[in-house]
Write a protein that binds this ligand. Sequence first.
Ligand code: ADP
Ligand code: MG
Length: 365
Amino acid sequence: MKLVLENITKVFPNRNKGEEDVVAVNNFSFEIPDGKLVGLLGPSGCGKSTTLYMICGLQKPSGGKIFFGEEDVTNLPPEHRGVGLVFQNYALYPHMTVRQNILYPLQNLKGDDKLSKEEMLKRTLEVAKLVQIDNLLDRKPSELSGGQQQRVAIARALVKMPRVLLLDEPLSNLDARLRLQTREEIRRIQKETGITTVFVTHDQEEAMSISDMIVVMKLGIVQQIGQPQRVYDDPANLFVAKFLGTPPINVLKGEVRGGMLFIGEEAILPVKGVADQPVTVGIRPEGFVLDERGPLHCQLSGVEVMGRDVSVVATHEASLNPVIRSIISAESGVDTTAQEIRYSLKPHKVLLFHAETEERIPVEV
Ligand code: ADP
Ligand code: MG
């Protein structure tokens, strides 16, 4: 089932005189296609959870409409929306077993939705199998690892067969290895069930790795929506470019003169169709090529070996960050004793931004 947000806004009125209202979500419109997993991504406080709570009905929008399929659910209470919700802190009932925790939402079904005892147990076992905790049904939450507890929370969210699954930073409490494993699990479960899913995270790598589409937010405003790779390759503005990618994009001051990009006095690349102007230049770490005759001269600070690749750390007067970090194949043989290092650049890894508005400036290819 598709999920449609139409001009959704949420304003929290200020509590103290003289302070402004908080616009947590500002005019958010988006259609999530049926059966897709969408990653809602942005720094802390940008309005991700508020958006999720409006989708599930725990918070009411100040403006706009929400549709599940063709049904307007804007004023429908949460229990009638058919959403499954998973939080960062699992929120399991500590005194109940895993089985009882998963059963609980079914026991609360009323009227026509009421199920027989056998049906409830059958469903519980099914979802427990799906998230691979069927061998743990008699344990209490305290007898489980963090990753297992989160699986129970996911099972509990799925047992009512929700129309939409909402996950709010579900992996944040797990250690690095479990985080990786559990995110792959979530992807598998989502694919197997085909439930339209919104996954909230502040971790760009997490969102990029499991989402069909990502929505990047800043201060309540959607910055860009698209397939992860598209957004990475073709960011709409400097904020999005900086938010996606590890190591992050390198940012330098530059200038376009006569169709040529200059960094300092060095002529770097032809940039067709760009008017003369000062620009902010973003260079992805994988966009550097070691080249004795390359136009970009940097001062070498160090080389970090990462196995297959090396990360070369250098400085440049025009850099807006303390260092420039490039990723170079270990075989390319960096002279670690050199003072200076010279690069040529892969044109499609060099992005131009308006020096003041920080909007992307397209370059003709
Ligand atoms: P995120 O989940 O992206 O970290 P939130 O959606 O929780 O962000 O919050 C967005 C903004 O709305 C923040 O500035 C936050 O302080 C504010 N906010 C969230 N909930 C409330 C509330 N109940 N009352 C007042 N302000 C709130
Ligand atoms: Mg949040």
